[in-house]
Design a protein around this ligand. Structure first.
Ligand SMILES: Nc1ncnc2c1ncn2[C@@H]1O[C@H](COP(=O)(O)OP(=O)(O)OP(=O)(O)O)[C@@H](O)[C@H]1O
Length: 276
């Protein structure tokens, strides 16, 4: 168990965003939460297997993962290096095709969609925050944040106006015209958060979003990411090595050897088991 669950409890009891209301009602009517049926807005992975390579060179990155990310909920994925966290995030986000199993999002199985449809769905429904921002260095902050909207066909002036509002919400008023090289690491990550949320995604995926930041800056960034995703009604999946980051999420799962090995920070690796 976590040695300190205060933040986890606090986030859990926060008011749910309106988009998550129906999902919450449906779930609350079911006594066993783990067995609750999927509702609209849930992202549901069933028996996910991902094997890279084959024969003697095969790596079993995911060995049968069942995981539901309920609508509007924040979830942290922890675990040792090589346990499959990034592979799981990439399968949930439709970046990587699993070897077998399904990822159901809004009635579609991402694992069986064509590349073209999966790319379109990723753009319209998902937002991404990576460790080092991955902002385009030649574009000002506001245009970086507006990119997903413009890619989705929103006219430039409308997209930049919406993106500017997100920058203000993230405490970056006055920095709209700065290029990434003129921002601190924490400010650049906030632009990345604005970019992830500007397209009104159903789910935001963040892979080590604070990994390149010092501890206080990282704490600010994760706090802001959880709060803004929650306010926007988006689910959030955060891969992190850092329990202090994970604690900001409503739920924590731990991975070991390609499987979910524990919930809320508990890690239950079978005795004598080692990484492949
Ligand atoms: N494209 C790939 N080709 C071959 N093997 C891969 C590939 N991507 C990941 N793997 C392997 O799959 C396993 C899981 O990797 P993954 O990156 O998902 O783990 P992780 O828990 O995110 O690790 P880390 O915390 O170090 O980032 C590892 O053994 C890794 O070497």
């Amino acid at each position: 168990m976590l040695d300190d669950t205060r933040n986890t409890r606090r986030v859990r009891s926060a008011p749910r965003p309106p988009e998550a209301g129906h999902a919450a009602q449906a779930r609350e009517a079911t006594p066993a939460r783990q067995a609750a049926p999927a509702v609209a807005g849930d992202l549901v992975a069933t028996d996910l297997v991902k094997t890279y390579g084959d024969g003697a060179a095969a790596t079993h990155a995911l060995a049968g993962v069942d995981l539901t990310v309920p609508a509007g909920e924040s979830l942290a994925v922890m675990g040792p290096s090589g346990s499959g966290k990034t592979t799981l995030l990439h399968c949930l986000a439709g970046i990587v095709t699993p070897t077998s199993g399904s990822v159901i999002w809004r009635g579609a199985d991402l694992a069986t969609l064509s590349d073209r449809r999966r790319t379109a769905l990723r753009r319209s429904d998902f937002g991404f925050v990576f460790q080092s921002g991955r902002l385009l260095p030649e574009l000002p902050a506001v245009e970086n944040a507006a990119l997903p909207l413009m890619l989705a066909g929103t006219p430039r002036d409308v997209a930049t106006a919406q993106a500017a509002q997100w920058l203000v919400r993230l405490g970056l008023a006055g920095m709209e015209q700065r290029r990434p090289g003129e921002l601190s690491g924490g400010q650049a990550q906030r632009v990345a958060i604005a970019r992830a949320l500007a397209g009104s995604p159903g789910v935001v995926f963040a892979d080590e979003p604070t990994g390149a930041l010092d501890q206080p800056t990282g704490a600010d960034v994760i706090q802001m990411l959880v709060a803004t995703a929650h306010a926007a009604g988006a689910s959030l999946v955060v891969v992190t090595h850092d329990i202090n980051v994970a604690r900001h999420c409503a739920r924590i799962v731990t991975m070991y050897d390609g499987r979910i090995s524990g919930e809320d920070g508990a890690h239950t690796a079978p005795e004598g088991e080692h990484r492949r």
